[in-house]
Design a protein around this ligand. Sequence first.
Ligand code: NAP
Ligand code: GCO
Length: 289
Amino acid sequence: MSGVMEKFRLDGKTAWITGASYGLGLAYAKAYAEAGARIVFNDINQELVDRGMKAYKEAGIDAYGAVCDVTNEEQVDAFVKTVEEKFGGVDILVNNAGIIKRIPMTEMTKAQWDQVISVDLTGPFLCSKAVIPGMIKRGGGKIINACSMMSELGRETVSAYAAAKGGLKMLTKNICSEYGQYNIQCNAIGPGYIATPQTAPLREKQPDGSMHPFDRFIRSKTPAQRWGTTEDLQGLAVFLASPASDFINGQVVYIDGGILAYIGQDPSQLDESKFKDVEGVEDVKVGDK
Ligand code: NAP
Ligand code: GCO
């Protein structure tokens, strides 16, 4: 292969996707492997790492996985040291690991607030801080952060998550500003509403079998009138990890089916018979979301 499409290849690169046992992280990793990258990943416990290793093996991907809590600086530094010893270092970092707690702000405890900020904002800081020195030594690298609609918009019950994702947008711009001179590009993916375990509670059928009110609401706010799938995000993830995006830096690229461009319509006017998507999505509940 020669010419422009070669720019989208990741051959010879080591990609670290955090929290990638399932969900969006697993989808990014599968796409990166198809583009030629070596996959390394972490998750919060051995059960999840084992689940991820099984998924990668089934996909024919020889991934390296280990337990690493992205909020624990010692564990993060140890993970990066191991990857450097085993594979020569991290060329692509996707700060994907994240949690959300849907609690009205005045009812949220400080501990709950701190946990969300710690995973969703401090984690990307720690992981980026750990990989940047090696990237500088090797002549450059890619850092991709998991932003969100909540990097731009608020909504009820997600104050900590929105604050973290808003902060992550600015951390993206600051890593660009501080390390762009070393050929490090730091950008963010800003997904809309994607069908993963994290959003499963927003799509659960009601006891009478009807749609979850939030499901209907978000479709009325999305011109595509559907939830995104993990596959919808794979192309952008590969693009931002590849040489094709070497002159893009500090950007949040929103991939939302049009939500941020659209004022929305009356949810009661939606024709439910048109909704064929999302059925059969893997919505395994894994832990407290
Ligand atoms: P998910 O299904 O909840 O998966 C997140 C993964 O991160 C899980 O494996 C989770 O483990 C892991 N994790 C949580 N805390 C961790 C920690 N301290 N250290 C290491 N791993 C940890 O989420 P997702 O829907 O795939 O989303 C992935 C990322 O994209 C998140 O940052 C999310 O905020 C963001 N995002 C998602 C959407 C969406 O609609 N799904 C939209 C915009 C942005 P546990 O199972 O133990 O939690
Ligand atoms: C919520 C959802 C969202 C999505 C995503 C949207 O409760 O509103 O979980 O936050 O996860 O971040 O981009």
